[in-house]
Design a protein around this ligand. Structure first.
Ligand SMILES: [Zn+2]
Length: 479
């Protein structure tokens, strides 16, 4: 047994079980033994193997990122930030998915980079949604993160042969094969002796799966007591296709199949029936989500770049929806996403009180934990896992340090993240990731990105080049 004692920390964000909320402790102590927190409060006088002087340090719980695609998204840096397709009600998702193919061998380097970035922005638990690739298990294990691997499967894939329609190529046998392989991988990870690896059952998109496989996979999740996630109500395109197929909104369709409820996480449940972009007549979706305590992975960044957003975080929270935050795209900077979640809720509602700094911090910690059905994550409390983020309270962008969460979320973001412990083991030290080789990963990603772009004309229905579809922000002089 090894005991670590943070002595007299300037600030601690501790969990108040009675109030079911976080609270500040000033000049307090936090102690963990092996992978579990054993003391949070003032004046610890027990023994410890290591004592860390907490003056100028601030301790917060590690963030729980409930929706990310770390292996692939980093390949789209410089490509997707301005990409938006008007015929698809502004989402660029379908066009990108159709024209890009990342080499399977390169994906592990994407994960190496993104896992490091996530930890360096305070993420300790991660839902990683991806079609499995070589080396995935190895990089998950090496990272030291608490992983919820979501090996994806679909019974159909998207394609395009004109600007305005999204079409589907069905391959049910492939989907079933990938579903079986996903369950095998989840079972294998859950048997890992570190206890940090877990799984989440993930038919990737609602519109790319049959009713049968959605129901069957949800049953498989329930049998194992693991969560289930899919992309649903993520775009106007998908909303309209589901209405056309079923006469129901995506949320109503999931409700009728019995797939809403605790343990279900929807990315991103944003285009629901009363959203301005669709204005469908029914107006039942939010109630269905809230009354069933379904979790929503709110990922502000990709959508705000298209000019869209959830309407709105505060309303969802008040309806009873379990709100969690995901990074989804690049950059993998969790704290910036918390900031956007708060700000966009206020913009969407024309109400400065629609989402407070405390609300989004709650979503990023215990909200995500609740979505994953965990009461030992996302909080600094006795008995919780030792997933701890240490902030530098003297960083210039944290000061004056009158209100820790306000300084962190609205000013400093990842710049204040100094050290990270996951399961009691340090993975970030002095702002650097100890477990992964971020530089090597970045070099490999940078090498593979042009090869990914080179195959775009063969995959695009108009045979356009990558530069034609995704021009640079400025032309290069002389070209
Ligand atoms: Zn996603």
């Amino acid at each position: 047994m090894t005991t670590t004692h943070f002595k007299n920390a300037d600030w601690i964000v501790a969990w108040d079980e009675g109030a079911q909320s976080h609270t500040y402790i000033r000049n307090g102590d936090l102690v963990f033994t092996d992978n579990e927190i054993t003391f949070v409060g003032k004046g610890y006088d027990g023994a410890a193997d290591t004592v860390i002087d907490g003056s100028d340090l601030c301790l917060i719980p590690g963030f729980v990122d409930i929706h990310a695609h770390p292996a692939s998204e980093v390949f789209y840096r410089g490509i997707r930030e301005d990409h938006s397709v008007p015929e698809h009600h502004m989402t660029g998702l379908y066009e990108r998915s159709c024209v890009f193919n990342i080499e399977k061998e390169a994906l592990k380097y994407g994960a190496e980079v993104s896992y490091a970035d996530l930890m360096m922005s305070g993420v300790t638990t991660l839902v990683d949604i991806v079609f499995p690739y070589p080396g995935w298990t190895d990089v998950m294990k090496r990272s030291g993160m608490r992983m919820y691997a979501a090996p994806g499967f679909n019974t159909a894939t998207w394609y395009r042969d004109n600007a305005h329609q999204l079409k589907y190529r069905e391959n049910i046998a492939q989907g079933e094969k990938d579903f079986a392989a996903a369950m095998e991988l989840i079972d294998e990870l859950r048997a890992d002796n570190t206890g940090r690896l877990n799984g989440i059952v993930s038919p990737v998109q609602i519109d790319n799966n049959t009713d049968e496989i959605l129901v069957e996979s949800h049953k498989a999740a329930k049998e194992r007591g693991v969560p289930w996630t899919t992309h649903a109500s993520q775009s106007v395109v998908e909303f309209n296709i589901m209405v056309e197929r079923h006469g129901k909104t995506p949320i109503q369709y999931l409700a009728d199949l019995g797939l809403l409820g605790r343990g279900t996480i929807l990315g991103h449940a944003m285009v629901i029936d009363d959203n301005d972009w669709v204005r469908w007549h029914s107006e039942t979706d939010l109630q269905l989500l809230g009354e069933s305590h379904t979790a929503v992975a709110h990922c502000p960044t990709p959508f705000m770049r298209y000019g869209t957003t959830m309407q709105h975080f505060g309303r969802y929270k008040d309806a009873g929806v379990v709100m969690g935050i995901g990074t989804d795209t690049i950059p993998h900077n969790y704290i910036e996403d918390l900031r956007y979640a708060a700000v966009l809720a206020r913009v969407a509602s024309h109400n400065g009180h629609a989402a407070s700094t405390a609300d989004v911090f709650h979503a990023g910690t215990v909200g995500g934990a609740e979505a994953l059905m965990r009461d030992d994550l996302g909080r600094l409390a006795v008995g919780a896992k030792a997933d701890i983020v240490v902030l530098d309270g003297t960083h210039p962008v944290m000061m004056p340090l009158r209100d820790l969460l306000a300084s962190l979320i609205h000013s400093a973001a990842e710049r204040a993240v100094k050290d990270v412990y996951i399961d009691g083991i340090q993975t970030v030290k002095d702002h650097q990731c100890l477990t992964l080789d971020r530089e090597r990963g970045l070099a490999k990603v940078a090498e593979a990105q042009p090869r990914m772009e080179a195959s775009v004309p063969d995959r695009d229905y108009l045979n356009r080049s990558s530069l034609e579809i995704f021009p640079l922000s400025l032309p290069i002089a002389g070209d």
